[in-house]
Write a protein that binds this ligand. Structure first.
Ligand SMILES: Cc1ncc(COP(=O)(O)O)c(C=O)c1O
Length: 418
């Protein structure tokens, strides 16, 4: 009986034997029985450079021995945090980017949401507080992130959430404009959107969608926050996950791939426009930030990981391999159990089962993921299907192995369901 209450896990499951992962190497992870799996989810969309990179472990070790942790409140700082902020600012699509460090994606969303409101407060428009988000969107599980979530089950049972948050249909730019107009155009602070919706089911944006939303935001003086917690650091083939759309947002939230998960780290890249009111002599202090923001050892992991992404040209692979991944999963459509296969924008994809299949038996998706696991591939149960988002170092033939395992798992499931 385990006493570990798992995130997004049912507590009764702690009575069943957990799957203990012990070791990782490249695209593979190994369980406590020594069984090897292709990590087709890059853990939770984050092991972008793959597992077991000794350079990152070494950078962590060197920093931990020198000075493991120290506050960065006020003007205290450390070399790795300075270096990582400079590195990320130099690669940002936004002018004069400042970097605010936190510990993960949920923290980053809180930071961006509060900063959007505080920015307008500082420039004399304090009534601009409304946040517009999208159905199917996922922005973490903290206060603002829960409130702007587009996944209803993640919002249920918590009482009143943050007021002045509005959801719109995920794929319709006109819905964004209508929400802005309905709220009163001088009341909306920001629109928050993922470049490709990830945890909500992998939904690439319709062609021209993000460009249209960006234009609407500009027209109404509304900030655009791109939540690139999944999409950044190569998942869509670039640092910030927005470059391919030609969109220049006002803030970008990031986490996950910034360290490939070797240590927890997240942050917000903030355009010069949004930072400006806080830069003037005697200007307001943004009274916000966690104890471990800019943690030197986490930042050292980030620096080492980002160098690997750049020097080994791993960054681009999210885009280079996107068709390969979609192509490997499309044969799943031949299964009578499958309704849809989505992907093709970045190295992430999902297969969705038919409603009748989902309703016919309990736990169908867990069984499907179990069959894939028996075939040596870790996938992720997500909404009405399975998600696949392997490390960016994966090779085309290994992607095809994932496709074969998923097709096989669907056959296994079909037989099991009779
Ligand atoms: C787009 C997006 N935003 C925010 C988050 C929350 O990040 P974290 O789990 O690190 O708090 C996630 C996590 O998957 C995410 O996908």
């Amino acid at each position: 009986m385990s006493h570990f209450w798992h995130p997004f896990g049912q507590l009764y499951q702690s009575a069943t034997a957990p799957l203990i992962f012990e070791r990782g190497e490249g695209i593979y992870v190994f369980d406590s029985n020594g069984k090897r799996y292709i990590d087709a989810t890059a853990a939770l969309w984050y092991a972008n450079v793959g597992h077991g990179r000794q350079e990152i472990a070494e950078a962590i070790s060197v920093q931990a021995r020198a000075l493991a942790g120290y506050s960065t409140f006020g003007n205290f700082s450390n070399q790795p945090a300075e270096e990582l902020a400079d590195f990320l600012s130099a690669r940002s699509p936004m002018p004069e980017t400042e970097i605010f460090f936190v510990l993960g994606g949920g923290d980053a969303v809180e930071t961006a949401a509060k900063l959007a409101r505080r920015y307008f407060f500082e420039i004399g428009e304090p009534e601009r507080i409304v946040l517009v988000s999208r159905t199917n969107g996922y922005h973490g599980t903290w206060g603002f992130g829960t409130s702007v979530s587009g996944i209803p089950v993640n919002r249920t049972g918590f009482g009143d959430l943050v007021p002045d948050t509005i959801q719109v249909q995920w794929d319709d730019p006109e819905a964004v404009e209508a929400a802005i107009v309905r709220s009163g155009p001088d009341r909306v602070a920001a629109v928050i959107a993922e470049p490709v919706i990830g945890a909500g089911g992998v939904y690439p944006p319709p062609h021209g969608y993000l460009e249209a939303v960006s234009e609407i935001c500009k027209r109404h003086g509304v900030l655009l926050i791109m939540d690139s917690v999944i999409c950044g650091f190569g998942r869509l083939g670039s640092w910030y996950g927005v470059e391919r759309f030609g969109v220049v947002p006002d803030m970008v939230t990031f986490a996950k791939g910034v360290t490939s998960g070797y240590l927890p780290l997240g942050g917000v890249a903030i355009s010069g426009r949004v930072a400006e009111p806080f830069k003037r002599p005697g200007s307001a202090v943004f009274r916000h930030g966690p104890t471990y923001g800019g943690h030197p050892t986490c930042a050292a992991a980030g620096v080492a990981n980002c160098k690997i992404l750049e020097d080994e040209h791993i960054l681009e692979r999210g885009a280079l391999l996107e068709r390969e991944l979609l192509g490997a999963l499309l044969p799943a459509l031949e299964s009578p159990l499958v309704a849809e296969v989505r992907g093709g924008t970045g190295l992430l994809a999902a297969i969705e089962l038919r409603q009748e299949t989902l309703e016919s038996h309990n736990g169908v998706l867990d069984r499907l993921a179990g069959f894939a696991r028996e075939r040596g591939v870790i996938t992720r149960v997500l909404g009405k299907g399975l998600a696949v988002s392997p490390p960016l170092i994966i090779e085309p033939e290994e992607i095809r192995e994932i496709g074969v395992a998923v097709a096989g798992a669907l056959e296994d499931l079909g037989k099991a369901l009779g």
